[in-house]
Write a protein that binds this ligand. Structure first.
Ligand code: GDP
Ligand code: MG
Length: 472
């Protein structure tokens, strides 16, 4: 593994684990266990109400129809999708034991034991799309079935505290809602314990937003406008809100759309939208037979059928491209890999620090281990990870403290100017001046802190502003 190109954070943690392993055979076992966390990609969990479009989005992101969206038994358990060959599925039971499961073209039709005994399904499939992060599909919350909600909670929240073995240990969340999220959904999200930097909002089913495909307004544009309003309202909970038409993305990213489909859709051109929707409900034989119309509706939805017809005349490839462009998924992928995935990796590094801290308290070799963790915390490569630890602690202790806001800004932005709340065009002198001011402010705050978390965070803030003052 050391031959692999390491990012600086992983390289530092890897060195620390090697130092731990060098302390003896028993510490080496701990190093291996913790190393498994370091070397598996961060996990992004998809949460939201039943029928919000979670599994559809997973299929679109993975690029294959792997997540069951019909009312199969498997939709009622948590599934972890990880890059790996050969494609296979295991059921992880409550006690951590694993059972292989038969699949038909990747789909699970039958569970080997009752859903209640399964903590989650662990699914491997070779897919470059999930190389950098693993996706976790959940059954859904606060809906018709309280068992689904209980299962989601158990594996994400309760499972974590009780039995580590049967928990999925997610590092970030994508929160799907199809209108304005309800108070209980936001409460659930807060309970998951993610920071706003590791939580992304998705306004799903954008193709049917507002009055839908037949309304006076374009639903995609309407959804985009609503999403930016929600992003401002939910600023304390999510990093952004993106509008997504998961169905359009699933159809175009999984290769479900054929040339024949495009031809059939093009043959429906010229019919007024309202008449087209009526036709979809009827058994009228028509130029395009009812079962073909039904298939098109499943693939494209009403919006895709009405507005895709003109594009379909140019062929399947053109229609596919149009679906991708209107789905919002390319933008989502960008945010997942550049922001959410990156912050999830920071959180994962923080979890490794926490594991080492635990050993530094409990292990007989605690003094040597403490030296390793102290070394890590003063390593410049680990700076963002340390700030993130403080942010998590502050969100719990005092989310509205100005210290919390400062930590968030420092982590969120890559450039020194923006880290300090200046415009990216600020001069080096302005940056140094602002850093000095912030440092003085933090020193003042440190004289009368409200909580232990704030006390500790301010020590790090003073150090950070000090570095920025010196232009580091
Ligand atoms: N029109 C439209 N339908 C969608 C979209 N996303 C999901 N659906 C449909 O909504 C239903 C529920 O989706 P599913 O992904 O299983 O929801 P889950 O319960 O959150 O996993 C399925 O019939 C999907 O085809 C979307 O973006 N647009
Ligand atoms: Mg589902």
């Amino acid at each position: 593994m050391t031959a692999r190109q390491l990012d600086p954070v992983r390289a530092s943690l890897d060195r620390a684990l090697h130092a731990l392993a060098a302390l003896g055979p028993e510490p080496a076992e701990h190093a291996n266990r913790i190393g498994a966390i370091l070397w598996s990609p961060p996990r992004i969990v998809i949460v939201g109400r039943l029928k919000a479009g979670k599994s559809t989005l997973v299929n679109a992101l993975v690029g294959a129809p792997v997540a069951e969206t019909a009312a199969l038994e498997a939709t009622s358990v948590v599934s972890v999708y990880q890059d790996g060959a050969p494609a296979r599925v295991e059921a992880v039971l409550g006690d951590g034991t694993r059972r292989p499961i038969d699949t038909a073209r990747g789909q699970v039709s039958e569970l080997p034991v009752p859903a209640d005994e399964i903590s989650y399904l662990h699914r491997w499939l070779p897919s470059a799309a999930i190389r950098d992060y693993t996706l976790v599909d959940t059954p859904g919350l606060a809906t018709l079935t309280s068992e689904n909600e209980a299962r989601t909670r158990r594996v994400l929240i309760d499972g974590y505290a009780q039995t580590r073995t049967a928990s999925v240990d997610a590092d970030a969340a994508v929160f799907l809602f199809d209108s304005t999220p309800r108070a209980d959904e936001i409460a659930f999200l807060r309970q998951l314990g993610f920071t706003p930097l590791t939580t992304l909002g998705v306004l799903s089913r954008a193709d049917g937003f507002g009055e839908g495909a037949l309304g006076a307004r374009d639903p995609l544009a309407h959804a985009a406008e609503h999403a930016s309003k929600l992003a401002a309202e939910l600023r304390e909970t999510v990093m952004a809100v993106l509008p997504i038409a998961g169905l359009l993305a699933e159809t175009s990213h999984t290769g479900a759309l054929t040339e024949t489909d495009a031809r059939a859709l093009a043959a429906l051109d010229g019919i007024a939208p309202l008449d087209l929707i009526d036709l979809l409900d009827s058994e009228d034989p028509g130029a395009v037979p009812p079962q073909v119309r039904g298939r098109l509706l499943d693939l494209l939805g009403e919006f895709g059928m009405i507005h895709g017809r003109a594009v379909a005349a140019r062929g399947g490839a053109a229609l596919n491209e149009w679906l991708v462009a209107n789905s919002g998924v390319p933008q989502l992928r960008g945010v997942l890999s550049h922001y959410l995935g990156a912050f999830a990796a920071v959180r994962r590094a923080g979890r490794i620090m926490a594991e080492l801290d635990q050993l530094a308290y409990t292990h007989p070799a605690r003094d040597q281990i403490r030296a390793i963790t102290d070394g890590l915390r003063s390593d410049p490569a680990m700076h963002t990870v340390v700030l993130f630890e403080h942010l998590e602690a502050m969100l719990e202790a005092d989310p509205t403290s100005p210290v919390t806001a400062e930590l968030r800004r420092l982590i969120e932005h890559p450039s020194p100017a923006e880290k300090l709340g200046l415009l990216p065009t600020a001069t080096a002198d302005e940056v140094r001046g602002q850093a000095a001011q912030k440092r003085a402010w933090a020193q003042g705050q440190a004289l009368s802190t409200m909580t232990a978390a704030e006390d500790a965070a301010l020590v790090t803030l003073i150090h950070t502003y000090g570095l920025l003052t010196r232009g580091a």
